[in-house]
Design a protein around this ligand. Structure first.
Ligand code: SAH
Length: 393
């Protein structure tokens, strides 16, 4: 088998079972592996460290499949997929939703592989060279192990470019409609599997949406970055006095509106506004508008640590405006899904935002991603979503 030999002293993270091997840690490659092919990773002393998928185009030059001396083959992939399925079954979220994340990449020991289940349809993303190499057996195994027939491929995420992989989208096995209606916490959501964000829906916010439902009663709610209405509909279900859903995407707002109708919410309690949240919040501040509950769930401003500073300014900006628009006794439910912003940094950004807004506030809840997005202890980057509920006193 081809080998990657690390520079002296660069084996530490692999010894702690962190799966990523950066190009800068590599002394030399012996052999000429194809993209995604399995290579052995050795320390500068020649000690075996891991067996990994080779990614020639990426800064993350290899992603470890295993740290044991075992073959990486169909049986190996079968065991990993089985374990992921069992973990979802034993820590079941089925009662809350008929749609959930089945495989969460590195956190399930399957770097670069995302699989979401929408009732009887799987939606898959091959995000790096490793799973791309094993595409056919992985697809067959998923169908075999779930007993399902339909898999839709959404390998159209930007990260594929970093891997030098082309964009791919469409039915991989079976076929059917490209939209479906899922249930989450007894609310219905129409999902566009072909054109929606990620694989169509943000399952990671499931618990936090339920939390907002419990906080919304009799409040005027502003849901910023509403997408298809995850938080908005829960606020309506929780008895909000009014809900205003803001997003810059026309398609997202169309679905948000359809979803409100699908659940029978009266239009007089729900308004939608298309616009850039940064500008909308400024305009509302100038108009002295106010709300009792504001949700801020922006897209990823900082995918990596290097973009953290610019991202921090973005988070501070919207949160500062959020505090200003909040009435006394109001709640700010604020999130960051940026891997580059850790929870301590996020909390300090929110603290600066409150200070500069002239607001006194306390954290009353810490929020996190739902359990179908587990975090492997050897891969802390898996904990990407953090949120705070702040009470303005
Ligand atoms: N809260 C949503 C998920 C939000 S995803 C849920 O629970 O499902 C982020 C959303 O932000 C996307 O819908 C995207 O269209 C929107 N968005 C991105 N940048 C924006 C901006 N500057 N202003 C308004 N919306 C924006």
């Amino acid at each position: 088998m081809d080998k990657i030999i690390l520079k002296p002293g660069r084996e530490k993270s692999l010894l702690r079972h962190h799966p990523w091997v950066f190009s800068g840690a590599i002394d030399r490659l012996e052999g000429s592996p194809a993209p995604g092919e399995t290579v052995n990773i050795l320390s500068s002393q020649g000690e075996y460290l891991a067996r990994a998928a080779y990614s020639p185009s990426s800064q993350i030059r290899a992603r470890a499949w295993t740290f044991d001396d075992e073959p990486v083959d169909r049986d190996f992939l079968k065991r990993r997929i089985q374990t992921a399925i069992q973990s979802r079954n034993s820590y079941s979220k089925r009662a809350e939703s008929d749609a959930y994340r089945l495989i969460h990449a590195e956190s399930d020991g399957l770097p670069g592989l995302i699989v979401d289940r929408y009732m009887d349809t799987l939606v898959i993303q091959f995000l790096s060279a490793g799973p791309e190499f094993w595409r056919e057996p992985v697809t067959d195994l998923l169908l075999e192990l779930t007993g399902l027939e339909n898999i839709y491929e959404r390998s159209d995420a930007d990260v594929r470019e970093l891997e030098g992989l082309p964009t791919r989208r469409g039915w991989l096995r079976g076929d059917g409609p490209e939209t479906c209606i899922i249930q989450e916490n007894s609310l219905k959501f129409k999902v566009d599997l072909a054109a929606g964000h990620k694989t169509g829906f943000y399952f990671d916010q499931r618990l936090n949406r339920a939390q907002v439902r419990g906080l919304a009663k009799d409040r005027d709610v502003l849901d910023c970055f509403c997408y298809t209405g995850g938080f908005s509909l829960n606020a309506l279900a929780g008895g909000a006095k009014s809900v205003l859903s803001v997003d810059s995407s026309t398609d997202a707002l169309t679905l948000c509106s359809e979803n409100a109708t699908l659940n029978g919410f009266p239009a007089d309690r729900h308004n939608l506004l298309e616009g850039d949240v940064f500008q909308v919040l400024r305009k509302f501040r100038d108009e002295a508008r106010s709300f009792d509950l504001i949700v801020l769930d922006p897209p990823k401003f900082a995918p990596t640590v290097s973009q953290a500073e610019r991202a921090a300014r973005g988070y501070k900006d919207i949160n500062l405006l959020g505090f200003k628009l909040l009435r006394a006794g109001g709640l700010l439910v604020t999130f960051s899904c940026s891997g580059g912003i850790d929870p301590a940094l996020f909390q300090s950004i929110i603290a600066s935002a409150a200070l500069d807004a002239g607001s006194q506030a306390q954290i009353v809840e810490h929020l996190f991603q739902s359990a179908d997005h587990p975090v492997a202890l050897n891969f802390p980057e898996g904990a990407y979503l953090k949120g705070l509920v702040c009470l303005k006193t």
